[in-house]
Design a protein around this ligand. Structure first.
Ligand SMILES: [Zn+2]
Length: 186
Protein backbone atom coordinates (compact mmCIF):
# COMPACT_ATOMS: atom_id res chain seq x y z
CA UNK A 1 0.00 0.00 0.00
CA UNK A 2 1.46 3.28 -1.02
CA UNK A 3 -0.08 6.21 0.80
CA UNK A 4 1.69 9.53 0.84
CA UNK A 5 3.11 10.49 4.20
CA UNK A 6 0.37 11.81 6.47
CA UNK A 7 -2.43 10.62 4.19
CA UNK A 8 -4.24 8.57 6.84
CA UNK A 9 -4.49 11.45 9.31
CA UNK A 10 -5.49 13.70 6.41
CA UNK A 11 -8.27 11.23 5.56
CA UNK A 12 -9.46 11.16 9.19
CA UNK A 13 -9.70 14.97 9.27
CA UNK A 14 -11.20 15.20 5.80
CA UNK A 15 -13.77 12.52 6.61
CA UNK A 16 -14.91 14.41 9.71
CA UNK A 17 -15.01 17.68 7.77
CA UNK A 18 -17.18 16.15 5.05
CA UNK A 19 -19.45 14.64 7.72
CA UNK A 20 -19.64 18.09 9.34
CA UNK A 21 -20.69 19.61 6.00
CA UNK A 22 -23.48 17.05 5.86
CA UNK A 23 -24.53 17.91 9.41
CA UNK A 24 -23.60 14.60 11.00
CA UNK A 25 -21.15 13.71 13.75
CA UNK A 26 -18.56 10.93 13.81
CA UNK A 27 -21.03 8.67 15.59
CA UNK A 28 -23.91 8.88 13.10
CA UNK A 29 -24.78 6.79 10.06
CA UNK A 30 -23.75 8.37 6.77
CA UNK A 31 -26.46 8.80 4.15
CA UNK A 32 -24.43 8.03 1.00
CA UNK A 33 -27.08 9.43 -1.34
CA UNK A 34 -26.96 12.73 0.58
CA UNK A 35 -23.17 12.57 0.34
CA UNK A 36 -23.34 12.14 -3.44
CA UNK A 37 -25.97 14.90 -3.70
CA UNK A 38 -23.65 17.23 -1.77
CA UNK A 39 -21.14 16.76 -4.60
CA UNK A 40 -23.95 17.04 -7.18
CA UNK A 41 -23.53 13.45 -8.29
CA UNK A 42 -26.75 11.56 -9.05
CA UNK A 43 -26.86 7.95 -7.94
CA UNK A 44 -28.61 5.51 -10.25
CA UNK A 45 -28.82 1.77 -10.48
CA UNK A 46 -27.93 -0.08 -13.70
CA UNK A 47 -31.60 -0.66 -14.46
CA UNK A 48 -32.43 3.05 -14.14
CA UNK A 49 -30.20 4.14 -17.03
CA UNK A 50 -31.78 2.08 -19.75
CA UNK A 51 -28.95 -0.40 -19.67
CA UNK A 52 -29.63 -3.04 -22.40
CA UNK A 53 -31.11 -6.18 -20.86
CA UNK A 54 -28.24 -8.32 -22.06
CA UNK A 55 -25.65 -6.05 -20.44
CA UNK A 56 -27.71 -5.81 -17.27
CA UNK A 57 -27.86 -9.57 -17.09
CA UNK A 58 -24.11 -9.75 -17.62
CA UNK A 59 -23.35 -7.31 -14.80
CA UNK A 60 -26.03 -8.27 -12.35
CA UNK A 61 -26.36 -12.01 -12.81
CA UNK A 62 -23.61 -13.73 -14.79
CA UNK A 63 -20.72 -11.73 -13.38
CA UNK A 64 -22.58 -10.09 -10.56
CA UNK A 65 -19.57 -9.93 -8.24
CA UNK A 66 -17.34 -8.32 -10.84
CA UNK A 67 -18.83 -4.88 -11.14
CA UNK A 68 -20.09 -2.93 -8.14
CA UNK A 69 -20.50 0.39 -9.85
CA UNK A 70 -19.21 3.08 -12.13
CA UNK A 71 -18.46 6.74 -11.92
CA UNK A 72 -19.13 8.05 -15.38
CA UNK A 73 -20.60 10.94 -17.35
CA UNK A 74 -24.34 10.67 -18.02
CA UNK A 75 -25.94 13.56 -19.95
CA UNK A 76 -22.86 15.70 -19.45
CA UNK A 77 -22.55 15.24 -15.69
CA UNK A 78 -20.86 12.68 -13.49
CA UNK A 79 -23.10 10.02 -12.06
CA UNK A 80 -22.61 6.92 -10.00
CA UNK A 81 -24.19 3.83 -11.45
CA UNK A 82 -24.37 0.91 -9.05
CA UNK A 83 -25.14 -2.77 -9.29
CA UNK A 84 -28.62 -3.20 -7.72
CA UNK A 85 -28.00 -6.92 -7.17
CA UNK A 86 -25.39 -6.28 -4.52
CA UNK A 87 -26.20 -6.20 -0.80
CA UNK A 88 -27.19 -2.74 0.42
CA UNK A 89 -24.09 -2.29 2.55
CA UNK A 90 -21.85 -3.10 -0.38
CA UNK A 91 -23.72 -0.55 -2.52
CA UNK A 92 -23.16 2.02 0.23
CA UNK A 93 -19.43 1.23 0.22
CA UNK A 94 -19.32 1.52 -3.58
CA UNK A 95 -20.95 4.96 -3.51
CA UNK A 96 -18.70 6.18 -0.71
CA UNK A 97 -15.63 4.89 -2.58
CA UNK A 98 -16.56 6.65 -5.82
CA UNK A 99 -17.28 9.94 -4.05
CA UNK A 100 -13.93 9.61 -2.26
CA UNK A 101 -12.25 9.70 -5.69
CA UNK A 102 -14.03 12.98 -6.39
CA UNK A 103 -13.22 14.49 -2.99
CA UNK A 104 -9.56 13.59 -3.48
CA UNK A 105 -9.57 15.25 -6.92
CA UNK A 106 -8.39 12.08 -8.58
CA UNK A 107 -7.79 12.22 -12.25
CA UNK A 108 -11.11 11.50 -13.87
CA UNK A 109 -11.51 8.42 -15.96
CA UNK A 110 -14.50 6.20 -16.29
CA UNK A 111 -14.18 4.23 -13.10
CA UNK A 112 -15.72 0.82 -12.76
CA UNK A 113 -15.58 -0.73 -9.33
CA UNK A 114 -15.10 -4.46 -9.06
CA UNK A 115 -13.95 -6.97 -6.49
CA UNK A 116 -10.51 -5.37 -6.35
CA UNK A 117 -11.47 -1.70 -6.46
CA UNK A 118 -11.89 0.28 -9.64
CA UNK A 119 -11.01 -1.74 -12.68
CA UNK A 120 -9.38 1.11 -14.61
CA UNK A 121 -8.05 2.93 -11.58
CA UNK A 122 -4.50 3.84 -10.61
CA UNK A 123 -3.30 1.65 -7.72
CA UNK A 124 -2.35 4.48 -5.35
CA UNK A 125 -5.56 6.36 -6.06
CA UNK A 126 -7.51 3.15 -5.43
CA UNK A 127 -5.88 2.73 -2.03
CA UNK A 128 -6.63 6.35 -1.15
CA UNK A 129 -10.26 6.17 -2.26
CA UNK A 130 -10.64 2.88 -0.41
CA UNK A 131 -9.29 4.44 2.75
CA UNK A 132 -11.28 7.67 2.60
CA UNK A 133 -14.41 5.84 1.49
CA UNK A 134 -14.23 3.68 4.62
CA UNK A 135 -13.32 6.66 6.80
CA UNK A 136 -16.49 8.40 5.61
CA UNK A 137 -18.66 5.37 6.40
CA UNK A 138 -17.11 4.52 9.76
CA UNK A 139 -14.77 7.21 11.14
CA UNK A 140 -11.64 6.15 13.00
CA UNK A 141 -12.83 7.92 16.17
CA UNK A 142 -16.06 5.94 16.15
CA UNK A 143 -14.19 2.67 15.62
CA UNK A 144 -11.90 3.53 18.56
CA UNK A 145 -14.85 4.42 20.76
CA UNK A 146 -16.52 1.10 19.90
CA UNK A 147 -13.44 -0.94 20.82
CA UNK A 148 -12.96 0.93 24.10
CA UNK A 149 -16.66 0.61 24.98
CA UNK A 150 -16.69 -3.09 24.03
CA UNK A 151 -19.34 -2.65 21.33
CA UNK A 152 -19.78 -5.82 19.25
CA UNK A 153 -18.96 -5.82 15.53
CA UNK A 154 -22.57 -6.70 14.81
CA UNK A 155 -23.88 -3.69 16.69
CA UNK A 156 -21.26 -1.41 15.21
CA UNK A 157 -22.03 -2.56 11.67
CA UNK A 158 -25.74 -1.97 12.32
CA UNK A 159 -25.16 1.48 13.77
CA UNK A 160 -23.15 2.61 10.74
CA UNK A 161 -24.95 0.44 8.20
CA UNK A 162 -21.73 -1.17 7.00
CA UNK A 163 -20.74 -4.80 6.55
CA UNK A 164 -19.33 -6.70 9.53
CA UNK A 165 -16.13 -7.12 7.49
CA UNK A 166 -15.74 -3.36 7.14
CA UNK A 167 -16.46 -2.85 10.85
CA UNK A 168 -13.86 -5.51 11.69
CA UNK A 169 -11.24 -3.93 9.44
CA UNK A 170 -11.89 -0.44 10.85
CA UNK A 171 -11.70 -1.58 14.47
CA UNK A 172 -8.53 -3.59 13.78
CA UNK A 173 -6.67 -0.65 12.27
CA UNK A 174 -7.94 2.19 14.47
CA UNK A 175 -5.22 1.63 17.09
CA UNK A 176 -7.59 1.19 20.05
CA UNK A 177 -6.80 -2.49 20.60
CA UNK A 178 -3.12 -1.67 21.13
CA UNK A 179 -4.03 1.06 23.61
CA UNK A 180 -6.27 -1.37 25.52
CA UNK A 181 -3.61 -4.09 25.58
CA UNK A 182 -1.02 -1.63 26.85
CA UNK A 183 -3.44 -0.36 29.51
CA UNK A 184 -4.11 -3.91 30.69
CA UNK A 185 -0.40 -4.64 30.98
CA UNK A 186 0.23 -1.77 33.39
ZN1 LIG B 1 -11.84 3.36 -7.13
Amino acid sequence: MAYWRGFKQYAVDLGLKVRGNLGISASQRLDVVALAAHYKVPVLSFDQIGCPLEALHHFTVSRWGKVSGYLLPVDGQLAIIYNPMHPKQRIRATISHEIAHLILNHEFRVLATGDDGCIFGDKDQEDEAGWLGAELLLPRDAAKRAVIDGISLGRLSEQFDVSVELARWRTNICGARKILQRARRY
